[in-house]
Design a binder for this molecule. Sequence first.
Ligand code: HPA
Length: 273
Amino acid sequence: MNYDATQTAAGDIRRLTGRAEHHVAAVLGSGLSDYAQHLPGAIAVPYADITGFPVPRVAGHAGTAYSVELGGVPTLILAGRAHFYEGHGLDQVVFAVRAAVATGARTVLLTNASGGCGEYLEAGDLVLLSDHLNLTGQNPLFGPNDDRMGTRFPDLSAAYDPDLRRVAHDTASEVDVDVKEGVYAWFSGPTYETPAEVQMAKRLGADMVGMSTVPETIAARHIGARVIAISLVTNLAAGISPVPLSHEEVQETADAARERFTRLVDALLPRLG
Ligand code: HPA
């Protein structure tokens, strides 16, 4: 656990953005990282300039932090994330979220792309996470606990904040964007799941399968930040989809959903402060 390193990174973020605090942080997932580019007045800081930030290496995952005031709320948008499957340790995977919280963010919006396996889900759906299944056997809190960050045994009974989910549902109806709710199962990747794995996850209660978000949720809850997460179902999961899965399909669906995603997140972020 790296409390001092996250404090150093938070100091870098304060200095490079000129903002003493951020109240909300958002992580933009696969194919969604363009979101920050349309925000007027955003100050862009490359991850490479922030001490300790891992730089993502996957197409569709940028590596830039954007600092911006949205409806008066200082917000730090993390465009691109490091994934476990890239070989980063989970300390690295959750580092940016911990640093963002160390700058003052009490609320974290996590976004991702996922494969849909819930009966009611279709490609293109935006889904609020109601809960998760950690199917990897991994946890970012393995190792000695640093009590300055949080408790040894964090409670995850409401990992995805029910009040924030209500706010997101209200916001979505106001801006006329359909939003569903479901359980997200974390697989390590980088292979997409087998059809048997998808059926297993589905029987265990998953509606979506994906390769991110869960470690960040765990780290954010550990340090006491509230979490809300939105998944874009970019494809039906393996075996449910009639065609083989590809990263190109993921990107194409993300491109097609960009306008709806932007409308929702534009309206939602200022309400999370
Ligand atoms: N599985 C895992 N991760 C994903 C998928 C999927 O089907 N689609 C987008 N990210």
